[in-house]
Each structure stands twice: as structure tokens, then as C-alpha cells.
Ligand binder design. Structure first.
Ligand code: CP
Ligand code: NVA
Length: 304
């Protein structure tokens, strides 16, 4: 493992497998009431420039369950919100804490933080990637399907941060990936370049959900307007008409096809309430696995 976890693009299959195996182990220990083998008293600083329910609670609960402590820093009430440079924040937090989790806008800000921090940095979502989310999703798929290699995963909707991580992570783990996005809302070019360079796996990019869904073992979606894009909501509602997971789309997928949604969901937009509720078990298993995966990441990055 490298010092930081900033993105899935470029991460090795071995590192992803190590995180998933560690997450499975920590999950089993927690369910059995077995204490984790982890040095106590580690402190995680959590910087949030955007809203969060799952990421905040799962990181804070997770570090506590590992015997440590989480410190929540919002932009609004830390000096970051008053313009203190990220490189100074990195050097200060490195003197107090053992790890930093950051949720912000620009990926470059996270990279800058990691460059100046002497402690590990974890990306808790940027406009470019949401790596912890997709690691939890891959863990959930492996739990439900018993394997990853050879499965076909499908993304329907915005080619956003979650889609970017999905393409990088799922192709690296040996899955085929199909993506349906309207033109103008495609995944990042760096991600598409990676996808077209991967050998031995199928990657398909289309603007037709009914093409992407054929033979899928897992279908993913996410909101049409991400955090920071609120002003584009009306425009996006138009652009994404028809990019919905519904009964017609599910009928094209393989029998037993799973649904994954990072949440929060806008039911009636990117997914019907009916399909969401029929797959609620998988979707809330996915939300739960954020906790176990993030504990695994913290365990691996901080145990040294
Ligand atoms: N999926 C996810 O990251 O949720 P939050 O925005 O609630 O953290
Ligand atoms: N794409 C969404 C994910 C939220 C967890 C966003 O960035 O707002």
C-alpha cells in the first residue's frame, strides 16, 4: 500500500484485494464481538467542504471502533473556510493526528494535502473520484456474488466522481464495465483513457441505457446533479430524462442482477421507488460496507 488513498485510478489489483480481505476480516470480527488488533489512541482528522451523512458517520464510528478518535472539521468553522492554505493545514494536522480524511471539490486539493502531510490522507470524495464508495461497492458485490472476475457491471446516468471510481476499480478487479451517459456528461478523459488501455476486459460507452444494461450482473446509478452542481439541476433534469433504472431496464439485465446506489437517492429520477425498494437489502448492505472498508483502509494506512 502507498502512503495515501487518493484514487482508484492507478491502484493495483493486489492493493484493492488487500483492502477487501481486511474489510471482510474486520466485519467478521465486529459481528463476532472480537476486539480488533490495532494500536489504540490513533486520531483521524476529517475535513468536510461538502455535506455528508454516510462518510462522516462511518469514518467517525470506524475510528472509534478501532480504538481511536475522529475530529470533524467543516470548512465553515475551521480556518480553511477563512483561507488558511491547504499546505499549512497539512503540516499542522500532521503534528496532532495520525491520518486525514478529506471531502472537497478539486482532486488537486487532496493531492496538495497529501504532498505536505507526513501522515496518510484518504479521499472521502472529490469531483474526480469517490474511491471509498466504490471499494465498499466492490466488497458488497463480492459478498453477494461470491466472485468479481468476469461479472458485468453497468452504470446508467451522470459520468461523475462515482462513475470514474467505478470504471477504474471494477476494470482493475477483472469485471467488464458498460456505461450509459448522455453526451456531454461522460466520465473524465483520464478514466476513459485508462479504460481503453485495459487488456482482456470489455469496456463499453454508449448514450443508450437499454444497450448498456444487456446482460448486466450489477447496475449502478447516482443522482443527476452532484454536490456543487445545484445550479445546473434544471438543465440536468432535462439531459438525463430516460436515464433511469426501472423495470424495463432490469428486464434486460441478467437474472439476479444487483443494484448499487451510493445514496442519497432521488427516487423517481435516476431510479424508480419500486426497483429501489426491491433491491433495498443490497443498497443498505452497500451503505454498511462503507464502515468496514474505511476501517480496513485506516487499519492498513495507520497500523505501521
Ligand atoms: N455515499 C456517500 O458518500 O454518502 P454521504 O454523502 O452521506 O457521505
Ligand atoms: N455524485 C454524488 C455522490 C454523493 C455521495 C456527489 O458528488 O454529490
Amino acid at each position: 500500500m502507498e502512503k495515501d488513498l487518493l484514487q482508484l485510478l492507478g491502484m493495483s489489483a493486489d492493493d484493492i484485494t488487500l483492502i477487501l480481505d481486511t474489510a471482510d476480516k474486520l466485519k467478521a470480527q465486529q459481528k463476532a464481538g472480537v476486539k480488533h488488533d490495532f494500536p489504540s489512541g490513533k486520531t483521524l482528522a476529517m475535513i468536510f467542504a461538502k455535506n455528508s451523512t454516510r462518510t462522516r458517520v462511518s469514518f467517525e464510528a470506524g475510528i472509534f471502533q478501532l480504538g481511536g478518535h475522529g475530529i470533524f472539521l467543516s470548512n465553515a468553522d475551521s480556518q480553511l473556510g477563512r483561507g488558511e492554505p491547504i499546505e499549512d493545514t497539512a503540516r499542522v494536522l500532521s503534528r496532532y493526528c495520525d491520518c486525514i480524511m478529506i471531502r472537497t471539490f478539486e482532486q488537486e486539493e487532496v493531492e496538495e494535502l497529501a504532498k505536505y502531510a507526513t501522515i496518510p490522507v484518504i479521499n472521502g470524495l472529490t469531483d474526480f473520484e469517490h474511491p471509498c464508495q466504490i471499494l465498499a461497492d466492490i466488497m458488497t458485490i463480492r459478498e453477494h456474488k461470491g466472485k468479481l472476475e468476469g461479472l458485468k457491471v453497468c452504470w446508467i446516468g451522470d459520468g461523475n466522481n462515482v462513475a470514474n471510481s467505478l470504471i477504474a476499480g471494477c476494470l482493475t478487479c477483472g469485471m467488464d464495465v458498460s456505461v450509459a451517459c448522455p453526451e456531454g456528461y461522460r466520465p473524465d478523459k483520464k478514466i476513459l483513457d485508462f479504460a481503453s488501455s485495459v487488456k482482456g476486459r470489455r469496456f463499453e460507452l454508449t448514450d443508450k441505457p437499454e444497450v448498456a444494461a444487456v446482460g448486466a450482473d450489477v447496475i449502478f446509478t447516482d443522482v443527476w446533479a452532484s454536490m456543487g452542481q445545484e445550479e445546473e439541476t434544471a438543465k440536468r433534469q432535462k439531459a438525463f430524462q430516460g436515464y433511469q433504472i426501472n423495470d424495463e431496464i432490469m428486464a434486460l439485465a441478467n437474472p439476479g442482477c444487483m443494484i448499487q446506489h451510493c445514496l442519497p437517492a432521488h427516487k423517481g429520477e435516476e431510479i424508480t421507488e419500486k426497483v429501489f425498494e426491491e433491491h433495498a437489502q443490497e443498497i443498505f448492505d452497500e451503505a454498511e460496507n462503507r464502515l468496514h472498508v474505511q476501517k480496513a483502509i485506516m487499519y492498513l494506512l495507520m497500523k505501521k
